[in-house]
Design a protein around this ligand. Structure first.
Ligand SMILES: [Zn+2]
Length: 596
């Protein structure tokens, strides 16, 4: 293994000096006292005809300030824990800080409820006061739930019974799936390991791994079917009680998106499914196989490429960002210069990567496991895309700091795209081909695949509500139908694939969550297309939009970069970028095969 020079660790001292820093307990105690004081000062005074802009403005500022101060220990504990999960002291510290956080939330509960319940005639004049307008977006979003909240007694009943109801079934699912065992060539493995074999270069290995995966899922099939049926009905009942008109409604509300906009995106994606087949036909040819099955989708084109050291990766990412906007490069550069990144893998360190927003008065952090592959350079670009967004959003106060889920992956995907274009432009033909395949497959996994998953979810919720419980075959048939629609005639999904829905946690833990992935990535691609023709003014508008954080709705934010989310042409533009990548991939393969 060559030296990657990735010995770059973050410095958490901007938060605390360590777990024993006395300021941690002081912060938690002070916050608890403040939360109780807040309750004493404001409970019963918010949802009241006597509410004034002075009172409301002061309450909002105090609420925000105490959240900001009290959340720092939890961020610190979580950052510390992920770099060494094997250290029991860090685990215990995290748990302690979390429990203190729950304690703190209780005296504050009344505030949201009273704000939501406030009659329009009291609320409307107040929200236009300069003392309150900075919080207008936060308040409007909160108040949308007014129609869907129940009485305090009913809410408490639902909350208390959830632990032995829906929540218990979700936990059972999680325990069942994470303890599932898969036997491959005599070796027993967990889910992550068996799934990683689907990325193996040898077709026989992939096939056997696919079979072992199916067998392992079959062992829990009846139980998982029961859990799904129960949770589908649980949501049906809760939606009825809370007066939601259709299954997806609560998710659309949380995402601050109108149903029409989501439908437009989903329809655009489905209309572009043939692009998936077009790519996989070429991939099959490159792999030299007669047919592609469900076990071949992630097969690598070639063996691994050369290694990229961490300083080289830093240069690549900063240069690509800098070409787009010097201000973006500057923001990203801070992460390296000021110790905001933790790069090397280590024993006990969590896998994967993330960017942690902290609070607006402090900077974000980036966590990753840098292994020197081109994939890791893209991950660095992805997390620094988030990082630049988080950093710019510090212009907002805490309640306006973070955007909603569908926009969460915007800046990261955009950053990746900038870096991808730069890297591929200087790569040799073979690496170019591999880079394109990787980029296209990642985009397919996010855009069409998550849309197919969403349509599967729509089908099962609808079936449960109109026709009652689903049999294992019902689930399998819907699943096969939606995934096959995406692959067209390019991939033959075998019968074994019919059960491959049964391990996906999003269906159980956050219904309809998946479309946000399609939405965000397609948005980023289309935005990227605008960037190519938009000149320096576009870059400025883009950074302004990021700086608005979560202070505006997705519609309002996108208007800042001249985009109308309800314009079908905008969404098709994202597919035009993808189509361009697939066309280039076809051309590269032609050149490569002729040169052989
Ligand atoms: Zn991300």
């Amino acid at each position: 293994m060559p030296d990657l020079h990735n010995d770059v660790h973050w410095n958490l001292s901007d938060l605390y000096s360590g777990m024993d820093d006395p300021r941690i307990d002081q912060a938690l105690e002070a916050a608890q006292a403040r939360a109780e004081q807040f309750q004493a000062d404001y409970k019963g005074r918010i949802n009241s005809p006597g509410l004034t802009a002075d009172i409301l403005g002061a309450a909002l500022r105090e609420y925000e300030a105490l959240q900001q101060d009290s959340s720092k220990p939890a961020y610190f504990a979580s950052l510390l824990f992920t770099t060494d999960t094997s250290d029991p002291a860090r685990g215990a510290f995290l748990q302690k800080v979390r429990e203190r956080g729950t304690q703190l939330a209780i005296p504050l509960l009344f505030f949201d409820l009273e704000l939501a319940a406030l009659p329009d005639e009291v609320f409307e004049p107040l929200v236009n006061s300069p003392l309150v307008t900075p919080y207008a977006h936060f308040l409007h979003e909160l108040r949308l739930y007014r129609k869907h909240l129940l009485s305090e007694t009913e809410e408490r009943l639902l909350e208390e019974t959830a632990n032995t109801g829906g929540r218990a079934f979700r936990r059972l699912f999680s325990e069942t799936v994470s303890n599932a065992e898969f036997t491959f060539r005599g070796e027993t493995m967990n889910q992550a390991k068996i799934l990683s074999l689907l990325y193996d270069a040898d077709p026989q290995t992939r096939r056997e791994a696919g079979h072992a995966f199916t067998q392992g899922l079959q062992a829990n099939y009846r139980q998982v079917t029961f859990i799904f049926n129960t949770l589908l009905q649980d949501k049906n009942v809760s939606d009825r009680l809370r007066k939601y008109d259709y299954p997806e409604q609560s998710r659309h509300m949380a995402n601050e998106l109108p149903r029409e906009t989501v439908d437009l995106v989903v329809d655009t994606v489905a209309r572009n499914y043939p692009l998936v087949a077009r790519f996989y036909h070429v991939k099959r040819e490159i792999l030299g196989l007669d047919t592609l099955t469900h076990a071949d989708r992630y097969a690598p084109l070639f063996e691994a490429e050369g290694m990229v050291t961490f300083p080289e990766a830093r240069q690549i990412v900063l240069d690509a960002f800098g070409d787009f906007s010097p201000a973006m490069r500057e923001r990203a550069g801070e992460f390296f210069d000021k110790g905001w990144i933790d790069a090397p893998p280590a024993l006990g360190k969590e896998g994967g990567a993330y960017c942690q927003y902290v609070t607006p008065d402090l900077h974000p952090f980036v966590f990753m496991n840098y292994l020197g592959r081109m994939r890791d350079v893209m991950t660095l670009a992805h997390e620094l895309g988030h990082g630049v967004h988080a950093s710019l959003s510090r212009a907002q106060s805490l309640l306006n700091f973070r955007g909603t889920l569908p926009l969460a992956e915007l800046a990261s995907t955009f950053g990746e795209m900038l870096v991808f274009e730069r890297v591929q432009s200087t790569a040799n033909l073979k690496d170019k081909l591999a880079l394109h395949a990787q980029k296209i497959e990642d985009a397919f996994a996010t855009i069409p695949r998550q849309t197919a998953l969403y349509r599967f979810e729509q089908a099962i919720h609808k079936h449960r509500r109109s026709q009652g419980e689903l049999t294992p075959d019902d689930f399998g048939n819907f699943w096969q139908q939606e995934i096959q629609a995406m692959f067209g005639d390019a991939v033959q999904l075998g019968d074994e694939h019919k059960i491959w829905w049964s391990y996906i946690g999003h269906f159980v833990n956050s219904p309809f969550y998946v479309y946000a992935y399609s939405f965000g990535e397609l948005l980023a691609l289309s935005l990227y297309r605008q960037a190519q023709t938009g000149g320096p003014q576009f870059a400025q508008n883009y950074l302004d939009m990021l700086s608005a954080g979560g202070s505006l709705s997705p519609q309002q934010l996108m208007a800042k970069v001249g985009i109308d989310l309800d314009d079908p042409a905008f969404w098709q533009g994202g597919f035009d970028v993808l189509e361009g990548l697939v066309a280039r991939f076809e051309q590269l393969w032609k050149e490569y095969s002729q040169a052989q």
